[in-house]
Design a protein around this ligand. Structure first.
Ligand code: FAD
Length: 414
C-alpha cells in the first residue's frame, strides 16, 4: 500500500517524538512549552510496566523544569534519601544525598514506572503535545539522507504518515531510528543480564533509611538491587550473561537462588512473596556512536545506557532529552528544513564517560567503597556521582582517581 505524507496540518509537526517513556515525554514537554508543534507516538497503552524504578536526585532538576516536581510527593512515591552497598564482608557507611551542597537534591524518589511514566505523558499532553498511545512507528520516512517523518500504525491497523522537520527517537532499547543509523555498540565487559520481580511482605529499615536503595554485592560479577516502592519492593539480580545459569535453570529459580546466597537479604524476606511475574532483561549496556543527522536525533536509552548499578538510567535519559530540546529549538529557528543534529549530545557524552569508570570499578575484584571514601574529597566525589552530579571538582577528582587505579593495574600487567 502506498501512503503519501498527510497534508492535514494536524499531521504535520515541527517535531515528531517516537516513544512516550521519560525521555520522549521530557523532550516533547520542553519543546511544546517553547511553542513548537510536537506529535508523540507511543506503541503501548499506558499505564504499562517498565523496569528502572530508582531515581537519582539530579533528576529532580529536570522534573522541576518540566513542571511535575510537586506531583511526586502528591502521588506518594517512596522518598529515597540515600544508598547503601552491602558486600559479603558487611555494609558500607550509607551515602546520604543530604551530603551534597544543593538542597534541591537532598532526596528523590523510588517510582512505580507505570504511574510515573503515565504522569509524565499526561503532563506532556497538558502542555500541548499531541500524544497518541497504541500508535506504533513502523517505518521512518526519509528523502535522501534526511529523515522527514514516520509511518504510524494503530491498533485498528489504520496507518498514516506524519511529517516533521525533526524526528526524535525516544523508543528506548527498541531504537527505531538508532538501530538503522546510530551504530549502537555494546559496552565490552558489561554484557550483563538482569532477573527481577516485585515482592510484598519484605522487612524494611525505618526512618529516612526506609526508602533507600540497597545494593547487595554477591561477588565481583553479581549483585542484587533492593528498591522499596509504594506497596512492595523491587528486587533484581544482575550478573554476567555467562554466570546466569549457575544460579538456576529458569528465571524463578535464578532469582530465588541469588537471594538464598545473600544472608543479609534473606533475613528481610522471611515473610515475602512475589507479586506478578519474574522478568528478564539482557544486553542493556551500549552506546550509539552517532547521535543524530539531518532531521533526526536519538535520546534516552536509544542513545545509550550503562548498567543499573548506580541508577543513572533515567538521569541520562532526561538529560539527553533536555539537551536535545535545547538544540532542536535552536535548529528549528534556522532555515534548514531538516536541520543536522549530529553532535548534539556532547554534554551527555561527558556525563556518560564520568559514570562509566565508576561502573567498571564496581565490577572489579578488589573494589571497596570504604577504601575510596577514606579521602574526604573522594567521599564527596562519590556522593556527588551517586546523586547524579558529574561536574564538581570532587566528582571529576574521584573519576580521575579510579581511572588511575585502572591504568596502574594495566601497566602492572604489561
Ligand atoms: C535491568 C534494568 C534496571 C534498571 N534500573 C534502573 C534504575 O533503577 N533507575 C534508573 O534510573 N534507570 C534504570 N534502568 C534504566 C531505565 O529503565 C531507562 O534508562 C529508562 O526507562 C529510559 O527511558 P526512555 O524514555 O529512554 O525509554 P523507555 O522508558 O524504554 O521508553 C521508550 C518507549 O518507547 C516506546 N516504543 C518503542 N518502540 C516504539 C515504536 N516503534 N513506536 C512507538 N513507540 C515505541 C516503548 O513502548 C516505550 O514506552 C534500568 C534498566 C535496566 C535494563
Amino acid at each position: 500500500m502506498m501512503l503519501s505524507p498527510v497534508t492535514d496540518p494536524n499531521r504535520s509537526f515541527d517535531v515528531v517524538v517516537i516513544g512516550g517513556g521519560p525521555a520522549g515525554a521530557t523532550a516533547a514537554t520542553l519543546l511544546a512549552k517553547a511553542g513548537h508543534r510536537v506529535g508523540l507516538f507511543e506503541r503501548q497503552s499506558f499505564p504499562r510496566f517498565h523496569v528502572g524504578e530508582s531515581l537519582v536526585p539530579a533528576v529532580n532538576l529536570a522534573l522541576e523544569k518540566i513542571g511535575v516536581l510537586e506531583r511526586m510527593d502528591e502521588i506518594g512515591f517512596t522518598q529515597k534519601h540515600g544508598v547503601q552497598f552491602i558486600s559479603p564482608k558487611g555494609p558500607s557507611r550509607p551515602f546520604y544525598f543530604s551530603e551534597v551542597r544543593d538542597e534541591r537534591m537532598h532526596y528523590t524518589w523510588q517510582v512505580l514506572r507505570s504511574d510515573f511514566d503515565r504522569m509524565m505523558l499526561d503532563h506532556a499532553a497538558e502542555c500541548g503535545v499531541h500524544v497518541e498511545t497504541d500508535a506504533s512507528v513502523v517505518e521512518v520516512c526519509s528523502e535522501g539522507d534526511a529523515v522527514t517523518g514516520a509511518r504510524v500504525r494503530r491498533l485498528d491497523e489504520s496507518e498514516d504518515v506524519v511529517s516533521a522537520r525533526i524526528v526524535l527517537d525516544a523508543s528506548g532499547q527498541q531504537g527505531v531510528v538508532a538501530r538503522e543509523r546510530s551504530k549502537q555498540q555494546l559496552i565490552p565487559g558489561l554484557e550483563n543480564t538482569a532477573v527481577y520481580a516485585h515482592y510484598q511482605g519484605v522487612k524494611l529499615d525505618t526512618g529516612i533509611d526506609a526508602g533507600s536503595t540497597l545494593i547487595y554485592r554477591l561477588d565481583a560479577k553479581s549483585w542484587i538491587w533492593f528498591i522499596p516502592l509504594m506497596g512492595g519492593v523491587s528486587i533484581g539480580l544482575v550478573t554476567s550473561a555467562r554466570e546466569i545459569l549457575h544460579f538456576g535453570q529458569n528465571r524463578d529459580e535464578i532469582l530465588q537462588s541469588a537471594i538464598d546466597q545473600c544472608p543479609a537479604l534473606l533475613e528481610r524476606m522471611a515473610n515475602a512473596t512475589v507479586i506478578g511475574e519474574v522478568r528478564v532483561a539482557r544486553d542493556f549496556s551500549y552506546r550509539a556512536t552517532v547521535d543524530g543527522g539531518a532531521g533526526w536525533a536519538v535520546i534516552g536509552d536509544a542513545l545509550g545506557f550503562i548498567d543499573p548499578v548506580y541508577s543513572t538510567g533515567l538521569l541520562l535519559s532526561v538529560r539527553s532529552a533536555e539537551v536535545a530540546a535545547l538544540e532542536v529549538a535552536c535548529a528549528l529557528a534556522s532555515d534548514q528544513q531538516h536541520p543536522d543534529m549530529r553532535g548534539f549530545s556532547a554534554e551527555w557524552q561527558v556525563a556518560f564517560d564520568r559514570f562509566l569508570p565508576l561502573v567498571r570499578a564496581f565490577y572489579t575484584d578488589d573494589f571497596r567503597f570504604g577504601e575510596l571514601s577514606k579521602h574526604e574529597s573522594h567521599r564527596q566525589g562519590l556522593v556527588d556521582l551517586l546523586t547524579g552530579i558529574v561536574d564538581t571538582d570532587e566528582a571529576i577528582g574521584v573519576v580521575a582517581k579510579i581511572q588511575q587505579m585502572f591504568d596502574g593495574e594495566a601497566a602492572s600487567k604489561n
